[in-house]
Design a protein around this ligand. Sequence first.
Ligand code: UT7
Length: 333
Amino acid sequence: MGKISAAITAVGAYVPEYVLTNQILETLVDTNDEWITSRTGIKERRILKEEGKGTSYLAIKAAQDLIDKKGIDPKTIELVIVATATPDMKAASTASFTATEIGATNAFSFDMDAACSGFLYGMSVATSYIESGRYKNVLLIGADKMSSIINYKDRATCIIFGDGAGAVLFEPNDEGLGFQDEYLRSDGTGREFLQATYGGSSYALTPEILEKGGQYAFQEGKTVFKNAVFNMADATFKILERNNLTIEDVNWLAAHQANKRIIDAIAQRIELEEEKVMINIHKYGNTTSATLPLLLNDYESQLKKGDKVIFAAFGGGFSWGAIYLKWAYNSVN
Ligand code: UT7
């Protein structure tokens, strides 16, 4: 028998109902639809408005969508990983609450945080557990309530981010489909350019800091932009080269949805046709850990068994990389 590979066998997703349009943002900060659309490609994003509901609410809904679609018994899930930069609380994990709420009572669970690369790194972890033979059903969820750390008076950040969640199930595959290769990196010198600083162990969230809005995320957009384009394209080139793939071999690019101009610049660098580039940033904005599974959910009906998919992400840390995966099923819809 050949090596066991780890394949995605189901996808689910959830976005909140409330739609924050560019027109509404025009009433909150000094911005306009034309600027936001031309600089980012974003038209609207979803926001979880209900009081007291956090990231676990999004994660649970996405997982339940997957469970319903696939018709699985949640008791068969052995591990639940929640990739998130906005956990419900510092401790206990969002994953343990999520796992119990969805009925995954035979699973262990933990959170992972790698900012916008959280889901990509999560794929590396989830697939390793399957490839090792230790577990056969691993649920990976990417979920973020970005609105909980966004200052809706700061036009540099509030136009970009949105809330959402996506989930995928990894199972063993003996046809050589699923995960093929990864190139993952991080560079701590980048953290000064993109961070939500206060509330951690080094930077206390004092009343004075709160007064200044220190609880919110900050980014130096231009520096992040340049690094995102260079590093996602570089990681993709490395993956193509290492796997003897030409760009014609690639069926899909699923890149982190942070800015349409970043995605276009990567596609141009690697010379990939527009039709092969997954895009939904216009609907959801940047949902951090949720962008990649939300793409898979939106494109699931177009994905064919054997399709070669390249995932790429870049985010705070800095953190980045690319993963090459062969899609393992044809959608029934
Ligand atoms: O997911 C994690 C990774 N994050 C990213 O990858 C985000 C990367 N960065 C970006 O996407 C872009 O840098 C932004 C969308 C954040 C900003 O776009 P930009 O083209 O880099 O704009 P900028 O910050 O250089 O600002 C250009 C101008 C400035 O005015 P002046 O100085 O030229 O007069 C800004 O003050 O646009 C102004 N500006 C705005 N104008 C209208 C900045 N934000 C806005 C706004 N509406 N919302």
